[in-house]
Design a protein around this ligand. Structure first.
Ligand SMILES: [Zn+2]
Ligand SMILES: [Zn+2]
Length: 1009
């Protein structure tokens, strides 16, 4: 059982301990009696009941001990396999009133007290404490790990209760036999009156989940669910492509051996957690760490128990040597805290490990506690930012810690790519260098990663180490997985070029269907707006049908939400209070939200790795799971909708980034490293590569003896000048002022503000519409209030992309001239929002309004290519609008970009042209990135291939004037009104030096493409 997502509170708990003592004393007498009873085989139903009881017992005992929260029926169901209400009733037949049911106030949720020897008073107190703690004001002691009740005491309670129940079961059987009754039939008859009334009501209430509502169980396979989908009203041939459904077979567990065997204390602790055997990937990794001093990278599925791979060696080392240290690095604070709780929970089972000090060390750690942590913590949980800004610059104070550091665990290694990856790679090199200096050259790195192409290569790159062992053969069991590509139907069935129904509308139907079948589902959306629109559609549909219970069980989750709201949703998902979540990739990281049955991907994920990673979120150990990609109507998605096999067999993306050759980043980290310890050209080349000397000579200050100090302008604290995540954007705060509430709803980057919070806009949060009543650009906030409207807004704006300075340029074709050159450099993006449309539910414009706002001006990186005069002439001859042609050409480039980069079509934008625009613009294709991501740099690198592929895409599309498979882009802010397919071909063709005169030549009524 893992309870890592549920926070606990340091709380005086003596009363409860007394109660448990009482329980133990009372039952000692009974234990003695048991020996006198003859052993007898139980009938199967009772045997099963005994198992259920024991699972329930363990779960409830831990919840009790930790004051976790109120114990509810849905929470029990989500954590105890196979249990149903009849089982609880049956337990009450065997042990009268052992389980107490109450209806929780205001929430039609059944609360359960397990074990009647806990007095009502304590139960009440416990409940109120738990309820008070439902917010995020949890006080959580980071520096101690005292549990409320000692683990051995919990164990005793569990054992005693189990004994009691076993004894009662035997007594029940004996008494039945005496009366000549069949125990199973008798139990079935008796238990009816023990089914709680509230529970009956509760069951009835759940009926409004829909006619299809039925507990999803192993008997009802995912295959059947998919078959059932095809008789629903929303089914219109979405699965007609024969290749669109693939089944991945079940995998059985494979177990391995540790040599030498695992330390007894840890073996014991694992047993307490119900782990008696380790999977092959776990043993292989641990053996590599223990026996060969290798660094290890593990790339296996989400729920394969990867964390044990670092917990076991770290704890074994600590058992041998209490002075040893370990550092766990996670990309986010939330993940670090999540994992710290998991480790805390783990060591609480073990008396020998109990006094190990573990602690988070992040931006929230008060400065007066930092010294204490440095000197006493055995294990710290931190992030790359803290290492960069705090630990390494203060290395002298961390001297002891770094000297004794044995393991550095870096989870979610695939996150470290691009510019962020390069920065982290240098931070790791700085760490290794300092440890070496302190005489510690035996650090081992342990990493976990999602499935990527060459995880070991990636690990070597990030840490700059060699001896790396790759473990990617997953030994964990896994149920059958059904993978489906769902292509939304054409709006006009007779016209193959008509638009398709939106992926969001399809996803809303599917999600509702899955939830009503009680299937725990996550829907991944690529952008926030999709996420909120999906939540909104689902909300409206459920409200209309009065399925409010079901609505309560689903929430949206995304980046802009406040951290405490995100933590709350994660907890509710984990505990089983939620059945579904609509999320952006903010949930892609390994935050534990429990196991899921189904994953919907709304639109093709931006990379193959992301697709497998997201689909890996579904799958309980032995149950079937379902993953569905709902394709959008852009060319990429449609391509895979028609060739699903290629999608299933597509190679994983290779994560590539430069470390030592990225001179710019190298220089900034050398400034930091030189402050930490003067750079020694000879010694330090092993960390910083062959360009060390050159960069030091050019940018640092020599102090003789081949040594260097940072340039004075960086001193005394160079790290503050080095921004490792490249987040510099300003933030707007959205304040909910409904009924004078004045609470912060979420935060929005300045680049999105122009589009989301102009005055009059409908801003959607948790699928609920809010009206923006005031935007204050100076103070960077917007005031919104909850409203009930059935329309949304779509801003009317134009964006000018102006090239500011060229960093590089290159020729696209074989010859070099000014007409086939692509340039890369700095661009200015000027967005003017001048009005908005009110859009009704069916996406029709109801009204057009004006707004007056100052332009938003930003800088970004872009690429641009000028249109040749021959292409412009040809467009004139053909009487095609130039802007329509440039617009269409840019669209195709953007839509095919994900083939070369890990991007979405919203990461990269262009000037979308409106037929009403009167401003003069240069004839130039310009693309830019919305956030500094390096995507445009990659686009520049592959520009020739991109243009070639775009020309083929247009030529191969048999539509007449452009369609979503060629020049129309779903994200076009001007709805693809001014787009010319033929014009795009002229422009892109001329870049490749095709003979433009031949393009568009009429063969009477046939256009040559
Ligand atoms: Zn087309
Ligand atoms: Zn457009």
């Amino acid at each position: 059982m893992s309870t890592s997502n549920i926070k606990k509170r340091q709380h005086d708990n003596d009363k409860e301990q007394e109660e448990d003592q009482q329980l133990i004393i009372t039952t000692k007498a009974q234990k003695k009696q048991k020996k006198k009873q003859p052993e007898e085989q139980l009938p199967p139903a009772l045997e099963r009941l005994q198992t259920i009881f024991s699972r329930l017992n363990t779960f409830c005992a831990f919840c009790d001990a930790r004051l976790l929260t109120v114990l509810t029926w849905s929470r029990i169901q989500s954590s105890v396999t196979d249990v149903n209400l009849t089982d609880l009733a049956a337990i009450n037949v065997i042990l009268p009133d052992f389980i107490t049911f109450t209806l929780q106030e205001e929430q039609e949720e059944l609360t359960i007290e397990f074990g009647k020897l806990i007095s009502k008073r304590v139960a009440r107190e416990k409940q109120s404490t738990a309820l008070q703690n439902k917010g995020d004001e949890w006080e959580y002691s980071k520096y101690t790990n005292k549990s409320n009740i000692k683990p051995d005491q919990i164990k005793k309670t569990v054992d005693t209760r189990n004994h009691r129940f076993q004894q009662a079961l035997r007594k029940f059987v004996l008494s039945c036999r005496k009366q000549g009754l069949d125990p199973e039939t008798h139990l079935a008859k008796e238990l009816k009156q023990h089914i709680p009334e509230q529970a009956n009501e509760h069951v009835v209430a759940e009926e409004d989940l829909g006619p299809d509502h039925e507990k999803f169980s192993e008997e009802r396979s995912m295959h059947e669910i998919i078959n059932q989908m095809q008789v629903q009203k929303f089914y219109r041939g979405q699965l007609v492509n024969g290749e669109c459904h693939r089944r991945f077979p079940e995998k059985v567990a494979r177990f391995g051996e540790l040599t030498p065997p695992i330390h007894q204390e840890i073996e014991h602790t694992l047993k307490e957690k119900g782990i008696t055997q380790l999977y092959t990937h776990q043993t292989e990794a641990i053996n590599g760490l223990r026996n060969n001093n290798q660094h290890v990278i593990v790339a296996t599925s989400t729920a394969s128990g990867k964390s044990l791979i670092y917990q076991i060696p770290v704890l074994e080392k600590l058992l041998q040597d209490k002075a040893s240290r370990a550092m766990y690095i996670f990309p986010t604070k939330a993940l670090a805290q999540d994992q710290m709780r998991a480790l805390q929970e783990f060591i609480q089972y073990s008396p020998l490990l109990k006094d190990i000090k573990i602690s988070t060390f992040d931006g929230d750690t008060p400065s007066d506690q930092r010294m204490h942590i440095r000197s006493t913590a055995n294990v710290i949980f931190t992030n790359p930012d803290m290492l960069h800004h705090s630990i390494l610059p203060n290395a002298k104070q961390w001297h002891w810690f770094l000297t004794s550091l044995k393991f550095v665990v870096v989870d979610e290694l695939h996150i470290y790519n691009g510019l962020f990856g390069t920065n982290v790679a240098f931070i790791m090199r700085r760490l290794r260098r300092l440890c070496d200096y302190f005489g510690n050259d035996s650090i081992q790195f342990i990493s976990c990663s999602a499935t990527i192409k060459h995880p070991d290569k990636h690990m070597k790159l990030v840490f700059g180490v060699n001896n790396v062992k790759l473990v990617d053969e997953d030994g964990a069991p896994c149920g059958k997985k059904e993978f489906v590509v769902w292509n939304p139907p054409l709006l006009k069935q007779s016209d193959p070029h008509s638009d398709r129904r939106g992926a969001v509308a399809e996803a809303a139907d599917l999600l509702e269907y899955l939830l009503s079948n009680n299937i725990r589902t996550i829907a991944f959306c690529k952008v926030r707006k999709t996420c909120e629109m999906l939540m909104k559609q689902l909300r409206e549909s459920l409200e209309k049908q009065n399925k409010l219970n079901m609505l309560k069980k689903v929430m949206s989750y995304r980046g802009g939400y406040m951290p405490h709201e995100r933590r709350r949703i994660e907890r509710q998902m984990f505990s089983g209070d939620l059945l579904g979540v609509v999320a952006t990739n903010a949930l892609e990281l390994g935050v534990d939200i429990g196991s899921l049955d189904a994953v919907l991907m709304v639109g093709m994920p931006w990379s193959t790795s992301a697709m497998w990673q997201q689909s890996g979120r579904a799958g309980r150990r032995n149950n079937d799971s379902l993953a569905m990609v709902i394709t959008d109507h852009n060319p990429m998605d449609q391509y895979y909708a028609h060739h699903p096999t290629e999608l299933f067999e597509k190679q994983l993306d290779d994560i590539q980034f430069q470390v030592e050759d990225n001179v710019l980043v190298l220089e900034s980290h050398l400034q930091c490293a030189a402050e930490e310890l003067p750079i020694d050209i000879e010694k330090d080349q092993v960390y910083f590569g062959l360009r060390l000397k050159e960069v030091c000579e050019n940018y640092l200050v020599p102090i003789g003896d081949n040594k260097y100090r940072p340039h004075p302008r960086f001193r005394p604290y160079p790290a503050q000048f080095v921004n490792i995540r490249n987040i510099t954007e300003e933030i707007y705060t959205v304040i909910d002022v409904t009924s004078n509430r004045n609470i912060v709803l979420e935060e929005i980057e300045a680049s999105r503000a122009a589009f989301e919070i102009y005055e009059g806009a409908i801003f959607i949060h948790q699928g609920k519409p809010y009206l923006v009543e005031e935007l204050n650009v100076e103070k960077r906030y917007a005031k919104v209030h909850l409203t009930r409207v059935d329309w949304t807004t779509q801003q009317r704006d134009y964006t000018n992309v102006n090239a500011l300075s060229t960093s590089m340029s290159k020729s696209i074709g074989s010859t070099k001239n000014r007409w086939n050159t692509v340039s890369y450099g700095k661009v200015q993006i000027e967005t003017i929002v001048f009005g908005y449309y009110k859009i009704d539910k069916r996406n029709r414009i109801m009204d057009s309004l004006e707004v007056y706002m100052d332009p938003f001006i930003r800088e970004s990186t872009g690429i641009w290519a000028d249109v040749s005069s021959s292409a412009l002439n040809r467009l004139d001859q053909l009487d095609i609008d130039k802007m329509a042609s440039i617009h269409a050409a840019a669209h195709v480039l953007i839509s095919l970009l994900p083939s070369f980069t890990s991007s979405t079509s919203v990461d990269v934008r262009t000037e979308c042209k409106s037929p009403h625009a009167t401003r003069a613009r240069p004839p130039r294709i310009a693309l830019y990135e919305t956030q500094p991501s390096g995507i445009i740099r990659q686009a520049y690198q592959f520009f020739t291939e991109l243009v070639t592929m775009s020309v083929e895409q247009i030529q191969n599309c048999d539509c007449e004037n452009g369609c979503p498979s060629c020049v129309h882009l779903a994200s076009c802010s001007e709805h693809n009104v001014l787009c010319s397919k033929l014009g795009a071909l002229v422009i892109l063709g001329s870049l490749l030096e095709m003979d433009v005169e031949k393009i568009g030549k009429d063969d009477k009524d046939e256009t040559v493409l």
